[in-house]
Design a protein around this ligand. Structure first.
Ligand SMILES: Cc1ncc(COP(=O)(O)O)c(C=O)c1O
Length: 466
């Protein structure tokens, strides 16, 4: 521990200062914490001798300590939304306290500046043009702006996937009733042998009448990542006029991909949530829409004050929690201390560990050059390969390579999804969620940065006991 330092990330970094709640600028008193209370700082081990290898608890243990964990059970259902590290939580509470103090003075004098600072911080983080970023409340709102705001003609065709998120499917179904468009549903293979299989599932449905293609980058039911950039490329070869929209709810700050990569690969619109893997407070989402497409999409909430080509026309939401937007820069700061690749590797490792599949663990360890590390070996020996059991059926692609990050789903013979989730909770104190979907049935398991390797080994042992 001698040479290890812990980065105690203060709010006033270059990014943090830009995003200090605007109401605090010039009002220093309102920022004073209550007597005896100190704003917690981020804890991320740094130094040459502190490896961030995914199996190193000396690094990930302190990272996990940023989060307040529930008492009495192990939470392995972190796909709904992420809890905030304490540094982010405190910053958010501070910002809310400040707005609560300034009330309408803040809204009338500093709100716009705060939103624009947040837009710049987020766009800078993701390599985007701020003029192509709108803030929404969540992915559902972002994608509804596109689906409901498109100028549909009867007979227009839309291609979606059979494992797309329910709210988007409902939104398209409503558009079918409202504008008589035609919905075509691609059957996405749960365990594809190659990208080509997935690309074909979509492109085989595209015709000259296809107006929109809706792709879910990471499927929430299984965690499968689909090759959205390759699908877009092939789809546009068949019909260059197709508008491609991507549901990136689980992509940001989970996969190592930045949103500029999707945007520059020909994808026309991207929607996502900041309260998922960026660990921002609940109630902030984003819509990335190419400049040339802004004019043609109607806003969900009536707006005639912004120019039709101005992305801000989508933000006509009324009074809303600006503190969630003010906290984005703080959430980015925590993410940057870890780095996208190391976070993705950690989450993937936690998934592989509870499943215990030797081949996947070996491939993963070899790829990162850590296979022969004694701790890696010891963890591998501590788990049972559940995929060797006839009762266990993994619903997520894993071998030879994991096509996903933290999320995986598994069924178990003799249990409905709800019975399995209840058994894991009631008998073993492990919280997961039962998924009962026409294509996927099982319990979905989603570890987080707040979980330890022993949490995942405990789930493996629970399944083994069953
Ligand atoms: C794939 C996918 N899309 C969209 C959503 C909706 O996200 P939100 O509830 O933040 O709007 C979710 C939520 O889990 C999701 O998993």
């Amino acid at each position: 521990m001698k040479r290890k330092q812990f980065i105690q990330s203060l709010g006033a970094t270059a990014v943090g200062t830009a995003l200090l709640p605007q109401s605090l600028v010039g009002h220093p008193d309102s920022r004073k914490p209550p007597k005896g209370k100190k704003t917690p700082e981020f804890i991320v081990p740094q130094g040459v001798d502190v490896s961030n290898s995914p199996h190193n608890e000396k690094y990930w243990g302190p990272v996990a300590s940023n989060f307040i964990k529930p008492e009495g059970f192990i939470n392995l259902e972190n796909g709904y939304f992420s809890h905030q590290p304490q540094g982010t939580l405190a910053y958010h509470i501070d910002a809310e306290t400040s707005i609560n103090t300034q009330t309408s003075h803040f809204m009338r004098t500093a709100q716009t500046q705060a939103i624009e600072a947040a837009r710049n911080a987020f766009a800078g983080f993701q390599g985007l043009n701020p003029e192509e970023v709108a803030f929404t409340r969540n992915t559902t709102e972002s994608l509804n702006i596109i689906i409901m705001g498109t100028q549909w003609q009867a007979g227009d065709e839309v291609v979606i996937g059979d494992q797309d998120y329910g709210s988007m499917v409902e939104s398209f179904q409503q558009a079918v009733s409202r504008w008589m468009i035609r919905l075509k549903v691609a059957e996405v293979p749960v365990n594809p042998n190659s990208d080509v299989e997935i690309i074909r599932a979509y492109t085989s449905l595209i015709t000259p009448r296809t107006k929109m293609l809706h792709l879910t980058h990471m499927i929430n039911l299984t965690g499968q990542l689909i090759p959205v950039m390759a699908i877009t490329q092939e789809a546009k070869k068949i019909n260059p006029n197709i508008f491609v929209v991507v549901d990136a709810a689980h992509s940001l700050a989970h996969t190592p991909l930045d949103m500029w990569e999707l945007r520059n690969a020909g994808i026309d619109a991207i929607g996502g949530s900041l309260h998922k893997w960026l660990c921002n407070p609940i109630g902030a989402g984003f819509l990335v829409l190419k400049k040339q497409n802004i004019r043609e999409i109607w806003p969900l909430m009536g707006d005639v004050s912004a120019d039709r080509t101005d992305i801000r026309k989508f933000e006509h939401q009324g009074t809303r929690p600006i503190q969630s937007l003010q906290t984005i820069a703080k959430a980015i700061e925590f993410h940057r201390l870890l780095g996208s690749a190391s976070k993705y590797n950690r989450l993937t490792y936690l998934k592989l560990l509870w499943i215990g599949n030797k081949q996947a663990l070996e491939n993963f360890g070899k790829g990162l050059g850590i296979l022969n590390d004694p701790i890696y070996q010891a963890n591998m020996n501590a788990v049972t390969d559940l995929m060797e059991s006839g009762s266990f059926k993994l619903q997520s692609p894993l071998v030879p390579f994991s096509r996903g990050g933290a999320i995986a789903t598994a069924a178990f013979t003799g249990y409905t999804p709800t019975e399995l989730a209840n058994t894991l909770m009631n008998k073993f104190g492990i919280f997961t969620v039962g998924i009962d979907h026409p294509v996927i049935q099982g319990v979905r398991v989603t570890p987080h940065l707040s979980n330890s390797t022993s949490d995942c080994i405990a789930l493996n042992k629970a399944f083994t006991a069953l």
